[in-house]
Each structure stands twice: as C-alpha cells, then as structure tokens.
Design a protein around this ligand. Structure first.
Ligand code: ADP
Ligand code: NI
Length: 218
C-alpha cells in the first residue's frame, strides 16, 4: 500500500469515528488540525506520514469521546497493521495520541513528545485559540450547559486534572483564563508560536469587548 492509499484509509477511519460529535471535536476540527500539521511540518524535519496519521487519529481514543478507550486503542492498533504501518510507525502514532492532550500537561505527568507529536499538539492547540477557539469554547460550553459568564466566579488559575475535567462551576469566559490564554506559552515550535500571536490578540480583544458590553459600558 503506498503512502497516498494509507492516508486515504486513515482519513476514512478518522471520519467514521468523528462524525457524530457535538462538543467541538467533529471532523471539521480534524481537517483543520491536519492542514495545520502539514503546514507546520514544512518548516520542521518531521516524518510527514506519522505526523498526518497522528493528526487524523488524535481524538479517536479520547475518553471524552469513546466509552471504552482501551477497546478503541486495540481496534486502532489492528487498523494500523492492516494498512501496513510498521511496528515502529504504529508505536509512534499511538504514543503521540495517548500523550498529547492538554490534560497531560496538568498534574506534572507530561512526557516529552517526538517532533511529530510536538507538531500535532501545536496544531491541536492552535485550533483551541483565536476566532475558531472562541467559537469552539462557546459551542462546548453550550453543549455542557455552562453559564456564559459570572463575575463572582473567579477563574481557577491552578488546576489538577480532576478539577479540569469537572465542569460544574465553570463558565465559558473563565475557560479563557484557565486554559485558552495559556496555550500560547505552551506551544512547542517557533512556527506555531508566531501563528499564535494574532490569535491571542483576537481573544484578548474579544474578552475586553465582552466585559465592556456586559457592564453596559459600550
Ligand atoms: P483536548 O483536545 O486537549 O482534550 P478539550 O477536549 O478539553 O481539549 O477541548 C476541546 C474544545 O472544547 C477546545 O476548543 C476547548 O477550548 C473547549 N473546551 C474544553 N473545556 C471547556 C470548558 N469547560 N468550557 C468551554 N470550552 C471548553
Ligand atoms: Ni483535537
């Protein structure tokens, strides 16, 4: 099987596992992450097939999206061997998608990702900030019946993984302070850091406007 055929199969597999999502993890997110990962990898000397495979597959074993992550992992492993990924390629992809989430950066149990993983993590994180990030936060917050904003609720600046997963007591606006505004300084690659500058400003402008309107100042 050549590389193009492998990527087509991977895209189909990802699509089949992502289409029903209502929390901002839909296939449109995957498409953007793949496109950004491709762009970032042009500037870095990464293995493109592993990078794109991890980008397509990074959410298919997420415990927020599948009931049984262990079973999803076993199924994915079988799929990768069916499309003739070597053991090394397959291991790398699985390692990346199991270790790249934001939650892994909390509680101090982050592990060093290979370059391909750093690129996919950057592409995933860039999709959580800027205009798209604002939209996804509102979409996610609406789905989980979060309040839009409550000035009496202070953002939790330091959070454990458990607290991060606990959505009671969360507002959409607080999510910006608890996660989204911090992403810029956690990016791995210089190319992603450059792209984040404009996206960061977009969020800061949005928050300033939002609060002014909230307080009837504008
Ligand atoms: P990851 O892909 O790192 O696991 P999440 O699943 O937590 O990240 O986030 C997916 C999307 O939903 C992101 O755009 C994120 O900003 C948004 N999101 C996550 N948690 C919240 C929340 N409590 N309120 C609003 N948006 C959220
Ligand atoms: Ni993602």
């Amino acid at each position: 099987m050549n590389r193009e055929e492998q990527l087509t199969k991977i895209a189909e597999y990802s699509h089949a596992h992502m289409t029903v999502d209502r929390t901002g993890h839909g296939f449109d997110h995957i498409r953007r992450v793949v496109a950004m990962a491709r762009k970032l990898s042009q500037q870095e000397n990464a293995d493109l097939l592993v990078t794109l495979a991890a980008a397509y597959l990074h959410d298919v074993i997420d415990d927020k999206l599948v009931a049984d992550p262990q079973a999803a992992l076993a199924k994915l492993q079988e799929f990768l061997s069916e499309i003739e990924f070597s053991a090394a390629q397959s291991e790398k992809v699985l390692f990346i998608i199991q270790n790249m989430s934001f939650a892994h950066t909390l509680d101090g149990d982050a592990v060093e990702l290979p370059l391909e993983g750093q690129i996919v993590q950057d592409a995933d994180w860039l999709d959580a900030i800027g205009a798209i990030g604002i939209t996804r936060a509102i979409y996610f917050g609406g789905h989980h019946a979060e309040k839009i904003y409550d000035p009496r609720m202070k953002p939790r600046t330091v959070m454990t993984k458990e607290e991060y997963r606990n959505l009671d007591n969360e507002t959409i606006i607080n999510h910006f302070y608890e996660k989204l505004l911090k992403i810029k300084d956690q990016l791995n690659t210089p190319s992603a850091q450059r792209i984040a500058e404009n996206r960061q400003q977009t969020m800061l402008d949005f928050l300033t406007e939002f609060k002014a309107e909230w307080n009837a100042e504008k």
